[in-house]
Design a protein around this ligand. Structure first.
Ligand SMILES: [Zn+2]
Length: 371
């Protein structure tokens, strides 16, 4: 039996540090499960990130404060609701924080990210009615327990640690986007921003899904070398320190261009890099964006039409895709051993925000351990 109260990190005001306090342990409803959180992704400067996001993107609503944030939690099922049939206490799970209403046209075909209520619990919302998802699931992963719909659980094999599972949000987004590129064994795929958290997840998934050749771009040559070492025969790298990558991509593909590209560049990246990559695709190519570049960029639509180029945006993933990814990890196809984890207890969360930890791009993972 879980205790009646638990420790949680709550944000009371935007821009201020989290407050570590005791709140009630959430009760389990019939179709929900309660999970004892073993690990949760830790976003550096979370309180500032949220304050900035609110200012920059008011259309992405935050939950009502005070709120327990914390995206991408993993842990052990503690209790299941009376109508839950497929999970049991003791199961090791990752909790997909993407919650919709569960019963609209999008949700009923396993596309909660198309739901008006869609929100990432413990983070922010995407839809006009996200507040309804936050009201139903108010607790993120920076607490000892959380509740989630049973349909949002992803089973973890024993070989995947809880710390590794906190990467499933980024990994899952890259996985979903990768499927949309339609890249396969005969394909050459460009991954821009390949050494960051999202980009490295894309590289690992592309290897797991047997994408033939990966052209990985980023700036840091040391991290690029480390990325190439993951599969030296399948990965080629280019540093933006040596200029734009477009001509190199063409050279790598006998002038034809790549079959597909995944944009994983972070916020503030140049729109010119994106345009350069789009122009380095072969006829019929696909460009999928999961990067943080915001604002308008000039795209020549006539050129895209003539060359049959698709540009797609991908937001998050659905639980079945994360389960497929977890199964690939169980088979040893998806290698999560490359991550270095830095752990913080709830008491150290705010301190961890002040002193920037040593970073090795996407290889480093910051993990909160609430219990
Ligand atoms: Zn819905």
């Amino acid at each position: 039996m879980a205790p009646t109260t638990m420790r949680a990190a709550r944000l009371h005001r935007l821009g201020e540090p989290m407050v570590i306090e005791r709140i009630a342990v959430p009760e389990v409803r019939p179709t929900d499960v309660r999970v004892k959180v073993a690990a949760c992704k830790h976003v550096p400067n979370l309180h500032k990130v949220l304050a900035n996001r609110q200012a920059r993107s008011p259309e992405l609503p935050l939950p009502t404060l005070p709120a327990v944030f914390g995206l991408d939690a993993a842990g052990i099922v503690d209790e299941v609701g009376g109508l839950v049939q497929n999970f049991n206490p003791g199961d090791r799970v990752y909790v997909n924080p993407g919650v919709g209403c569960g019963a609209c046209r999008s949700c009923s075909v396993d596309r909660a990210n198309g739901c008006d209520n869609f929100a990432l619990v413990g983070w922010f919302g995407f839809g006009p009615d996200s507040h309804r998802a936050f009201a139903a699931y108010p607790i993120g992963g920076l607490a000892e327990y959380l509740i989630a719909p049973a349909r949002n659980l992803v089973r973890l094999p024993d070989t995947v640690t809880f710390e590794q599972a906190t990467r499933f949000g980024y990994l899952g987004t890259a996985f979903a986007a990768l499927k949309r590129t339609r890249a396969g064994p005969g394909s050459t795929l460009v991954i821009d921003g390949a050494t960051g958290t999202m980009g490295l997840g894309a590289v690992l998934n592309a290897l797991a899904l047997n994408v033939g050749r990966i052209l990985a771009t980023a700036r840091n040559k040391q991290l690029l070398a480390r990325t190439k070492a993951l599969a030296p025969k399948r990965i080629e790298t280019w540093s933006f320190d040596d200029g734009p990558a477009g001509a190199w991509i063409k050279k790598c593909t006998d002038g034809l261009g790549a079959h597909a590209a995944l944009n994983c560049l972070g916020p503030g990246s140049s729109g010119n890099t994106i345009i350069d990559t789009v122009h380095s695709l072969r006829r019929g190519g696909r460009f999928v964006n999961i990067g943080g570049t915001s604002g308008a960029i000039p795209i020549d639509l006539f050129r895209l039409m003539a060359a049959q180029i698709d540009i797609l945006g991908n937001s998050w993933f659905v639980t079945s895709q994360a389960q497929e990814m977890s199964d690939l990890a169980a088979l040893g196809r998806l290698d999560l051993s490359v991550f270095e984890h830095q752990r913080f207890g709830l008491n150290d969360l705010n301190a961890a925000l002040v002193v920037p930890p040593v970073r090795n791009g996407g290889f480093t993972s910051l993990v909160a351990v609430p219990s």
